[in-house]
Design a protein. Structure first.
Lengths: 251, 183
């Protein structure tokens, strides 16, 4: 391919041709756009920047002050129903060990803790896999805190009493006739004492589901201190697929 | 440091590398953007977007296939066509349109500063010829590079260059005469 010769007669014009200059702040604007999109700030600054951009710095500051206010009120006046911070005053803490059995009978143990605040919202997290469960714990705790904050605004004492009443009535009957899964049959197997608490052994048979046996403690609001799940074999016998038992209870 | 090295560094967040890259090429990119848009704000937008596109997709520039300036100019053109919803085909049609010197243009060219006059004369060319002439004469790109950017055959580039040059000379003739007459 023969290259087209340059036209020398245009040289003098080529030398003076120029586009009109850009506005004075143009170069800094381009640099700014690059830095916003590509320059890596520390992660906390990026999150902070993103949050501030989304919600506004004022709102973030207000949220922080509000959280501090609730903390101070909760600590100073724990008896104030409306402003109490339940997560600071758990009514019951229980550690559980759960042993699951695979099809070939290999056991797998799992330890977790349940915290029952006064409003009966369960807070569960595992203690034996700290790294694997870290995210779950974070989400669980963040969700729990959010629930408590919103319920502090919405819940009133009368409503709380109404919620508590059926549970109290259930406990008074020795944890019998409370929750019955659909198409299930409830049987009282007897009474045992676990970790110093009287329990009622109740068993549920459900079609095509594992058989559940629970050791329910009336004095703990009918919380189960032991639970077993069994599958029905074709020969009519049952084999254990999991057993969960409380290791300790701190009221 | 080569352009490719600077692009890699800039993509990793190196502001200094981006600055160097920008300083090397902004003028060519901006000038061509202005030639296409005839608007300073639009040319600025196109230029900014072009550089950010390069950093967003550094792998799309292959140094063995083209020099960076050519690549950037091609990106500018694609972005401009995308924005103005003109197809490449549309942009090549006006090549053959009739060319008339607007009334009063000659007097205007003589009256203006030389740089403004050349700019006005360039703007008076049909867009297809203006682009070919600019890329070849002003940016000193090769015929193959111009053909690649415009998406046409080399022979078509030659034809546009020929017509563009003739018309530009015609437009700038009064300016040349006025310059010669000056004491």
């Amino acid at each position: 391919m023969t290259e087209e010769p340059r036209d020398r007669t245009l040289d003098s014009f080529v030398a003076v041709w120029a586009a009109p200059p850009p506005c004075p702040e143009f170069h800094s604007r381009v640099r700014g756009a690059f830095e916003r999109e590509f320059v890596k700030a520390p992660r906390w600054r990026r999150w902070n920047g993103a949050l501030a951009w989304r919600f506004g710095k004022g709102l973030l500051g207000s949220a922080a002050i509000g959280a501090l206010f609730f903390l101070v009120i909760g600590l100073a006046f724990p008896q104030t129903e409306r402003f109490r911070l339940p997560w600071l005053h758990p009514s019951l803490t229980m550690d559980f060990e759960q042993i699951s059995y695979s099809d070939n009978g290999t056991p797998r143990a799992h330890v977790y803790r349940r915290i029952v605040p006064p409003n009966r919202v369960l807070w569960t997290y595992s203690t034996d896999y700290p790294y694997d469960d870290m995210l779950k714990r974070f989400v669980s705790e963040a969700n729990y805190l959010l629930e408590r904050i919103t319920s502090s605004f919405l819940e009133n004492t009368e409503q709380a009493r109404e919620d508590v009443y059926p549970l109290a009535a259930y406990a008074q009957t020795g944890c019998v006739g409370g929750y019955t899964p659909p198409q299930s049959r409830e049987r009282i197997l007897g009474y045992e004492t676990l970790l110093g608490y009287s329990t009622t052994l109740i068993q549920w048979d459900m079609p095509h589901r594992p058989r559940i046996t629970e050791w329910l403690a009336p004095s703990l609001g009918c919380r189960a201190l032991k639970v077993t799940l069994e599958n029905l074999r074709p020969d009519g016998s049952y084999h254990l697929i999991s057993e969960t038992r409380a290791l300790n209870v701190v009221p | 440091m080569t352009d490719a090295q600077l692009i890699r560094k800039a993509a990793g967040g190196d502001a200094g590398a981006f600055q160097l890259l920008y300083e090397r090429h902004w003028k060519a990119v901006y000038s061509y953007a202005w030639l296409l848009t005839q608007s300073v704000p639009d040319a600025e937008d196109l230029t900014q977007e072009c550089f950010l596109t390069l950093i967003r997709k550094p792998e799309s520039f292959v140094p063995d296939r083209a020099q960076l300036r050519t690549w950037l100019i091609a990106v500018i053109r694609r972005q401009h066509l995308g924005r103005s919803r003109r197809s490449v085909r549309d942009s090549s049609i006006d090549d053959e349109e009739d060319f008339h010197v607007a009334p009063g243009l000659e007097e205007e060219l003589i009256r203006l500063e030389r740089a403004d006059a050349v700019r006005l004369a360039m703007n008076a060319l049909p867009p297809a010829q203006r682009e070919a002439l600019y890329l070849f004469e002003f940016e000193q790109l090769s015929l193959a590079e111009v053909a690649g950017i415009l998406g046409i055959e080399v022979n078509a580039v030659k034809a546009r260059l020929y017509r563009g040059r003739e018309r530009l000379k015609l437009l700038l003739a009064p300016l040349q005469a006025a310059t010669k007459e000056m004491p």
